[in-house]
Design a protein around this ligand. Structure first.
Ligand SMILES: [Zn+2]
Length: 158
């Protein structure tokens, strides 16, 4: 069964407990790394300068401690293997429903009904948006199914 390495555990410690619970459920389904939790000022502005974030410190949800945002990457994986990010998103939204929180994924900022047309693709990013309502739970159920489909489609074509 997959489990977190020491760097992932250190990063996991910097995020809010509800989000930690979601990660702990998701890792049972698929191996991934926690690449960032809390991001201090110098790192945030560096990410902005490098085009990896659209926000400067302290505007990102990564800039509060404990952090409301977390960045994840499938393991082992190439960053170009987008299908694995879709699979991970499916697990994350299902886990969020189990924990009962609302999650927002960086792979779907524009929320236009099309999951795969993002201009600013922040595939690793997930953030906490509060306690989930019944409507959120339903929406997240649909999202996990849609990401499973997107993952299947990607795998069939690559
Ligand atoms: Zn992020």
């Amino acid at each position: 069964m997959p489990k977190f390495g020491s760097r992932s555990l250190r990063n996991r410690d910097t995020i809010i407990p509800k989000l930690q619970e979601v990660l702990d459920l998701a890792i049972l389904k698929m191996d991934f790394s926690v690449i960032c939790g809390f991001r201090p000022e110098a790192d945030q502005n560096k990410a902005y300068d490098e085009g990896k974030s659209t926000l400067r410190f302290p505007q990102s949800n990564h800039n509060v401690l404990p952090s409301k945002a977390v960045d994840l990457a499938p393991w082992p994986s190439l960053w170009s293997d987008i299908g694995k990010f879709y699979r991970l998103a499916a697990h994350m939204f299902r886990a969020a429903n189990t924990v009962g929180i609302k999650l927002r994924g960086g792979l779907y900022w524009n929320r236009n009904g099309n999951l795969t047309d993002q201009k600013f693709n922040d595939l690793p990013h997930f953030e906490y948006k509060g306690i989930a309502t019944q409507a959120d739970i339903k929406q997240q159920e649909m999202l996990s199914k849609a990401y499973d489909k997107a993952g299947e489609k990607w795998e069939a074509n690559h």
